[in-house]
Design a protein around this ligand. Structure first.
Ligand code: ADP
Ligand code: MG
Length: 696
């Protein structure tokens, strides 16, 4: 391997390449577009397109594609070659500014939640110059947004970009209150820690449930799960190490700062964390990273599972969404700071977050909702479905002092939290609470609810919007006092008010404990265990109000999105249920009956020569009962799915899948798992949990 600096970003049309390949004035125009969102003029676009094309050809590209993130949950691409007819039967390689900027994929098959029927049949993709183009597998990838002809968003990136703009505007105005007159842009940042499972491809191929749904729908618990915690940070087995090494190299080539890799808590579970970047680029890079993870695995005879819950009984996978905001003059707005004024600014932003997370806990919760993630959240696993915030002891003490006009004591000294005397407090909270869904970790918040397979655009869009709203409210209150000598008093008064009202969202205890569920209820915090419980709140008036206010979604877009999520939930459950029925009928039940048959033959045989067969008879009787129940459950599940398909109303249908179909799936699984435990390995037609998760 060449050195890392040599290969890093070698397939990306990044800042350095741009500077090298573009004439000075063109580069300047492009930068303006990137920073201020000003449209590119045709001439600039043509020159840029040509330079990108030449660079892409040098890097082995023959095609280009507009790359976008529709509501399917994966990325989409359609490739066109650069080829165009030249004189005398020759071929030219051409690429215009127009083709760079705009594409028109046939969009009729992407989910739109009814938006396209009402507006226009087609959508178009538009280049997003704030993310970098890159070359992969012979194509130039152009990051784009995807909207309908009448401007409604059909993808996950458009709302994110809108929310980043909203946040920047409100934060810039807010920061002026604290003397930050020179800040012109505030950008939300994200570092997404990605968890995943690696299993052997041969085993994967023999499990229809994994192939079709990404998770195991059957499978008895192995004798050893994660009981010993001996997998977490354990040394890397050679096959895994080889995979991770190649993954790093591929990610580096694509300009992704893959930084940390380690084994996770569950057997066969691992993590990759990149260095954080802007939310926009971070979202694109996470989508890309997931794709590369899956592809590299195949080269090692492995399959990378990104599903939130591939295996029952061991931890599922999430994607810790580390979030902060940084200014164009280099401040991290969630860094406590060294001077009292910086601390006052930090504490005010912190209180804006506390207020926001409390008022919009439902939005936060539903930003991470999906059929797959339902198996983690609210299912005795990290983190719970109830939104709360963890701040750490130190910070909590500071806030208490503000709230109660009290004294904040550090080990060394006691401070009066008064005007001009906000203490500088320790920046890194040592106690890292792992059970909190939204935890302060020293200079950022870690939102731990996001599912491992999910696009991070939605949680970041909503987080940005919520913070925009609160900063905007704070600015309205504080701006009139900006240059007054009472400014700091006013800030303190505001913070005190906010803390009094919203302290309930702060919880530093064990988020997994049953006591917390009760305590949260007492505090009046919402608890939405499943997707069908939280999704309807997307369109609650208070949520619609802020989403409209900042131009993120209009009512139609929001309704459409809610529908898409619920439809996806129903479809996922339908596919899972049908896969179960198919595996049960074609594999599991026949295998069980075959073994039963064998036992009965043996019993009859022995009887004819006067031998009593205790073991066979006991197993046969038990298996016979189980097979009967199994059969009944298959019949019931089929009927439930048929009944679900009849329901027209989207929310009702999703609820039915949750209440009846999923419930029957659970029953069927427990019967099948019991059968598995009574069957010889040689008769069981699909790889067992032990074979799958301990085999790499
Ligand atoms: P841990 O597993 O201990 O929580 P990791 O090192 O695995 O921590 O991941 C932390 C993530 O947080 C990294 O992706 C890191 O780049 C990111 N991060 C650090 N600072 C910021 C910030 N200011 N904004 C967003 N993300 C950040
Ligand atoms: Mg980590």
């Amino acid at each position: 391997m060449s050195s890392i600096p040599e290969i890093f970003g070698c397939n990306v049309f990044n800042e350095t390449v741009m500077k090298n390949k573009l004439p000075k004035n063109i580069y300047k125009n492009l930068r303006r577009t990137m920073e201020k969102g000003e449209p590119l003029d045709t001439e600039t676009a043509d020159v840029v397109a040509n330079a990108i094309k030449d660079w892409a050809l040098e890097h082995g590209a023959t095609h280009y594609t507009h790359w976008f993130q529709p509501m399917t949950g994966s990325t989409a691409e359609k490739h066109d070659s650069f080829i165009s007819p030249g004189p005398n039967g020759t071929a030219l390689m051409e690429f215009s500014g127009k083709a760079l900027i705009k594409g028109e994929p046939d969009a009729s098959s992407f989910p739109s939640g009814g938006l396209r029927q009402t507006s226009s049949a087609r959508g178009y993709t538009a280049w997003d110059p704030t993310s970098y183009c890159f070359v992969k597998e012979g194509s130039l990838y152009i990051p784009t947004v995807f909207v309908s002809y009448t401007g409604e968003t059909l993808d996950k990136k458009t709302p994110l970009l809108r929310s980043m703009d909203a946040l920047s505007k409100t934060a810039v105005r807010f920061l002026k209150l604290f003397g930050n007159e020179n800040v012109t842009r505030v950008t939300s940042t994200v570092g997404a820690e990605q968890e995943y499972f690696l299993i052997d491809k041969n085993k994967f191929d023999r499990r229809e449930d994994l192939v079709l749904t990404g998770r195991t729908l059957f499978g008895a618990k192995p004798p050893k799960g994660q009981d010993l915690d001996d997998q977490y940070f354990a040394n890397l087995k050679p096959r895994i190490a080889a995979y991770m090494a190649e993954l790093d190299e591929e990610l580096w080539k694509l300009g992704i700062y893959s930084k940390t890799k380690h084994n996770e808590v569950a057997p066969a579970q691992h993590e990759m964390a990149p260095i954080f970047t802007t939310s926009n680029l971070g979202t694109d890079q996470n989508e890309l990273a997931m794709e590369i993870m899956e592809k590299v695995a195949l080269r090692h005879g492995l399959v990378c599972l990104l599903h939130e819950k591939p295996f029952e009984g061991v931890n599922g996978s999430g994607k810790h969404n580390n979030w902060s905001m940084s200014t164009n003059d280099g401040q991290n707005l969630l860094d406590p700071g060294d001077t009292p004024m910086e601390n006052l600014q930090f504490l005010t932003i912190l209180c804006a977050l506390i207020k926001g997370v409390d008022e919009y806990a439902d939005l936060m919760r539903l930003s991470a909702a999906s059929a797959g993630n339902d198996h983690r959240l609210g299912a005795d696993e990290a983190p719970p479905a109830i939104i709360s915030m963890f701040l750490g002891e130190e910070l909590d003490a500071v806030l208490k002092a503000i709230e109660e006009d009290g004294v904040y004591k550090t080990k060394a000294k006691a401070f009066e939290i008064g005007v001009n005397a906000l203490p500088s407090f320790p920046k890194d909270s040592t106690d890292r609470n792992r059970t909190s869904p939204f935890a302060f970790t020293g200079n950022r918040f870690e939102f731990r609810m996001v599912g491992s397979s999910d696009n991070i655009a939605c949680p970041n869009t909503l987080l940005n919007t919520i913070v925009s709203e609160e900063l905007d409210q704070f600015t309205e209150i504080l701006e009139p006092h900006k240059n007054s000598e009472h400014f700091e008093d006013e800030v303190k008064k505001l913070l005190k008010d906010v803390l009094k009202k919203h302290r309930r969202i702060i919880f530093n205890g064990d988020g997994y404990s049953p006591e917390w569920v009760k305590e949260a209820e007492r505090r009046g915090l919402p608890n939405y265990p499943s997707t069908v419980d939280c999704m309807p709140h997307y369109t609650d008036e208070k949520n619609l109000r802020i989403l409209r206010k900042f131009g993120i979604y209009n009512r139609e877009e929001l309704t459409a999105r809610t529908e898409i999520h619920l439809e996806k939930y129903s479809k996922t459950r339908r596919i899972e249920a049908r896969t179960m029925v198919e595996m049960a009928r074609k594999q599991l039940l026949p295998a069980s009956l075959e073994y039963l048959d064998k036992l009965c033959t043996a019993i009859a045989c022995k009887k004819s020569v006067g031998i009593v067969s205790k073991a066979e008879e006991q197993i046969a009787a038990k298996l016979n009962d189980l097979c009967d129940s199994f059969y009944d459950s298959i019949e019931r599940l089929e009927k439930q799915v048929a009944a679900a398909c009849e329901i027209k109303e989207v929310q009702k249908q999703a609820e039915f899948y949750h209440d009846y179909v999923l419930a029957e799936m659970d029953i069927m699984r427990s019967i099948a798992d019991e059968i598995e435990l009574n069957m010889p390995l040689s008769y069981w037609p699909i790889p067992t949990y032990s074979e799958i998760i301990y085999n790499v």
